[in-house]
Design a binder for this molecule. Structure first.
Ligand SMILES: [Zn+2]
Length: 96
């Protein structure tokens, strides 16, 4: 029975390193920083080593900022950085 159970356990992909791990070996990651509010959310996952590596301090407005950036399907990394930089300047003023 154990074999069947293990074989059927859902696997998730770590968003940091791409490793596939059993759901029970992963940690949920909520990009909005609030794992306790669960309704209507779909969580991403981190493997345990990556979860241990992340900074657990509050991230202020960073995640909200990233979510607010419109992300068309085919935005390149360079386009994303330009969007990010423009939004930061709009909200916080020009950096030195
Ligand atoms: Zn990982």
């Amino acid at each position: 029975m154990w074999g069947m159970r293990l074989g059927r356990e859902a696997r998730v992909t770590c968003i940091a390193c791409g490793t596939r791990v059993a759901r029970s070996d992963a940690r949920e990651y909520d990009k909005e920083g609030d794992r306790w509010e669960r309704s209507g959310k779909e969580f991403e996952h981190l493997c345990k080593p990556c979860h241990n590596d992340i900074d657990h301090h509050p991230r202020g407005e960073l995640e909200r900022l990233l979510i607010d950036i419109e992300q068309p399907q085919h935005m390149t990394q360079v386009e994303f950085i330009h969007h990010y930089h423009r939004l930061v300047e709009e909200r916080y003023g020009r950096s030195e």
